[in-house]
Design a protein around this ligand. Structure first.
Ligand SMILES: Nc1ncnc2c1ncn2[C@@H]1O[C@H](COP(=O)(O)OP(=O)(O)OP(=O)(O)O)[C@@H](O)[C@H]1O
Ligand SMILES: [Mg+2]
Length: 375
């Protein structure tokens, strides 16, 4: 968008609009460039022409809380000029941002000569923006409260689970002792692995609710980890009539939290199975080593992710068409991939299927230390 067609400029009459365009300095801000810091003097206003700008408040050393995002045609920074207060938040380019910067002096001069109708338009825009920011803040607070509530509930559930889980473990150990044949041993091991998994799942939920994913990374042979994943899910896949195919280079070693990464796969594969809705389906897990790291592709031939939630898929509590869905599966998956320094994306075509792409960075790949591989 060019300066002339920006809504802020169109608020003004032709002569003032031309003056504003003349004094505005158009500048490109690369990704993550700070446009202004919280507390800085308010010396100009900005017209967003292209890209995105994020506003955030400092909540600790190197820790920020996002307030809101501005999109093209928005303007910001005028409040501080009008009331003479310093910047109330940091503004930073999210991706890149092309901005028209209007210096304070020129802006005030044009504003002094502006007609009442121009001031009304400006005020109504500013009031609307304040309303939107307040609404966003309320939503964030509600979300936080939900998380706290969930954390408290989980604490109780985990506590109550402990005793039945240890009884199941004990019973399967005794069964193994009394029937030391290979088949019984294998089934008992599976029971114990599943109870460990249940406890770990509940802990993962709790960590997510608290917002504190604690990673315990170890060198892991990915191919062996995927075999374990398949084994743990054998009965589940059979019952769901899901044909699962896994392809992974045999000697790929990653420094990851295996339990947590398998949780990511479980959530994504579980979603695919849910989407099959009792019909037979196919799921492929394909691992490839790339220049930048490792890519794990999980694709299914289900009905695809509903279009209306695709934009917000990774947000907590976003669910669709599942009476039992909590809307946390993909949010937890993203938090775990993020904690590993990776990225998760997806591509979904209605009626054809869905593919999730997980990229794990190069620094997690270690081929030199096969001795340390835990399997
Ligand atoms: N592979 C997929 N195919 C079709 N729809 C999907 C797929 N993965 C996710 N979805 C849709 O995205 C929604 C959100 O998924 P997410 O895993 O975050 O939550 P959920 O499955 O609803 O609940 P939870 O995982 O907490 O039990 C699902 O309700 C479903 O509608
Ligand atoms: Mg899910």
């Amino acid at each position: 968008m060019d300066l002339e067609s920006h809504q802020f400029i169109t608020f003004f009459e032709a002569e003032q609009a031309a003056q504003l365009c003349e004094i505005a300095i158009v500048e490109k801000y690369p990704n993550q460039t700070v446009i202004f810091e919280e507390g800085a003097r308010s010396d100009c206003l900005y017209l967003l022409l292209e890209g995105r700008v994020e506003f955030r408040k400092k909540i600790g050393p190197n820790q920020y809380r996002k307030l809101t995002t501005a999109f093209p045609n928005a303007f910001f920074g005028e409040l501080g000029i009008i009331d003479g207060q310093p910047r109330s938040a940091q503004a930073i380019a999210d991706g890149y941002a092309l901005l028209g910067r209007v210096p304070e002096e020129g802006f005030m001069k044009v504003l002094d000569g502006a007609r009442g109708s121009v001031i009304t338009k400006l005020c109504s825009y500013m009031v609307q923006r304040l309303r939107d920011t307040t609404e966003e803040y309320i939503q964030q607070q509600l979300h936080k409260e939900k998380m706290v509530l969930m954390g408290e509930m989980l604490n109780t559930v985990i506590h109550d689970f402990k005793s039945p889980l240890s009884s199941i473990n004990l019973a399967s150990s005794m069964l193994k002792e009394q029937h030391p044949d290979e088949e019984t041993e294998e089934w008992c091991d599976l029971i114990q692995a599943q109870t460990r998994r249940m406890a770990a799942m509940a802990e993962d939920f709790l960590e997510f609710a608290r917002g504190s994913a604690v990673l315990n990374p170890k060198p892991v042979n990915l191919s062996s980890a995927l075999q374990r994943f398949e084994k743990l899910n054998l009965v589940y896949f059979q019952e769901a009539q899901a044909k699962v195919e896994i392809e992974c280079p045999p000697d790929l070693v990653l420094k990851i939290d295996e339990g947590k990464l398998l949780r990511v796969l479980q959530n994504l594969v579980g979603n695919a199975v849910d989407a099959f809705n009792g019909r037979p389906g196919r799921i492929e897990i394909l691992v490839t080593q790339q220049e930048q790291g490792v890519e794990i592709e999980i694709s299914d031939n289900g009905p695809g992710i509903p279009l209306e939630i695709q934009d917000r898929l990774f947000e907590s509590f976003v669910t669709h068409g599942k009476p039992q869905g909590t809307g946390l599966g993909t949010a937890i998956a993203k938090s775990i991939v993020d904690a590993h320094g990776g990225k998760i994306l997806f591509d979904s075509v209605p009626g054809q299927g869905t593919t999730f792409y997980i990229y794990l960075p190069l620094n997690l790949v270690s081929l030199e230390d096969p001795e340390a591989v835990h399997s």
